[in-house]
Write a protein that binds this ligand. Structure first.
Ligand SMILES: Nc1nc2c(ncn2[C@@H]2O[C@H](COP(=O)(O)OP(=O)(O)OP(=O)(O)O)[C@@H](O)[C@H]2O)c(=O)[nH]1
Ligand SMILES: [Mg+2]
Length: 320
């Protein structure tokens, strides 16, 4: 192991717990500003030590409410918490709602809670990458726990897989629509299922239905995801939800899965980055490079098929 290089001043400030330096770095990440690059590079060796817990699930199921309840719970135990939330701009909740709630949860001037929401649209380089880097900055800043909330569905939600070591999938009674979401991939990534709004009718049925689904084959790496009922209005179950998260974290260590899972996440991250860069570069070259433009012209004219064109492109990339 080589000794870590001395930290650039901004990175040192973040590691020291300077909230403003942290906020600035997250903004840079969100804006695709390259000033974040040396910071991310410098802090990386110091990350990977704290639990990064993701909450994902359909719109309006109560993810933000649960995050703020967890912040309250964890602060009650004396633990510091960093939160990054993808602002869904959903009709159920304005983006600032979570921020407001967390402000209610923490005492004035409590530096041991940090909250940041990311715009779900327009982050340069993608929300998933920006969220992952923000979570890493929170990790480096030394919070005891990092919580990540992501929006309803699709790519961003699945990105939680690449960010969090424990993934909580939040659902509500009357699974209906949610079953579709489960099919869309959340089911496979869940480490803990949370049936929120258990104060509403149907919660027990939902839990039972979900338990049947889980028995049919949820879970991975020898872990069967527990199902926890919560309500943020009563409130109830927040302690059990956190206990389930901790049980999963303990499992990761005792089984050795933490290392293999992390290795897989990092591999996916690297491959994803290369894929994105290459795809952008290729698309650009197909527009500009006369030789490649001709290739595209031939596909358009039906004298060459797309698969052969792609093979030629790949060959030209690999060089002689
Ligand atoms: N009855 C009931 N309502 C809840 C509960 N938790 C949250 N809600 C309500 O559900 C609505 C959505 O809550 P949010 O916490 O914003 O949900 P979310 O999943 O973060 O929403 P998006 O981020 O927009 O997807 C709000 O009106 C909450 O007050 C609960 O346990 N029971
Ligand atoms: Mg929310």
């Amino acid at each position: 192991m080589t000794r870590p290089a001395p930290l650039p001043p901004a990175a040192r400030a973040i590691v020291r717990g300077d909230a403003r330096a942290l906020a600035r770095a997250i903004s840079a990440v969100e804006n695709g500003d390259s000033s974040a690059d040396p910071i991310l590079r410098a802090i990386y060796p110091r990350t990977g030590k704290v639990p990064v817990v993701g909450l994902a699930g359909p719109l309006g199921v109560g993810k933000s409410s649960l995050v703020s309840a967890l912040v309250g719970y964890l602060r009650g135990q004396g633990r510091s918490v960093g939160v990054v939330a993808v602002d869904p701009s959903s009709p159920f909740s304005g983006g600032s709602v979570l921020g407001d709630r967390i402000r209610l949860e923490r005492a004035p001037g409590d530096e041991r809670v940090f909250f940041r929401s990311m715009a779900s649209r327009g982050a340069v380089g993608g929300v998933a990458a920006a969220t992952r880097e923000a979570a890493r900055l929170l990790d480096a800043a030394g919070f005891d726990v990092v919580l990540v909330e992501t929006v309803g569905s699709g790519q961003v939600d699945l990105a939680i897989r690449q960010i969090a070591s424990t993934r909580v999938v939040v659902l509500v009674p009357h699974l209906g629509d949610e079953v579709q979401t489960l099919k869309a991939g959340l089911f496979e990534i869940a480490d803990v299922f949370c049936v929120n709004k258990s104060d509403l009718p149907g919660a027990e049925i939902a839990q039972r239905d979900l338990a049947e689904l889980v028995a049919l084959g949820a879970g991975h790496d020898g872990w069967r995801p527990p199902i926890v009922a919560t309500s943020t209005v009563t409130p109830s179950g927040i302690d059990r939800l956190w206990a389930a998260v901790e049980a999963h974290q303990r499992f990761l260590d005792s089984s050795g899965v933490r290392r293999t899972a992390e290795r897989l996440r990092l591999k996916e991250e690297i491959v994803g980055r290369v894929r994105d860069e290459l795809a952008a570069e290729l698309a650009d070259r197909l527009d500009r490079d006369p030789e490649l433009r001709e290739l595209l012209d031939r596909v358009v004219a039906r004298t060459l098929d797309p698969r052969s064109a792609a093979e030629r492109l790949l060959r030209s990339l690999r060089g002689p």
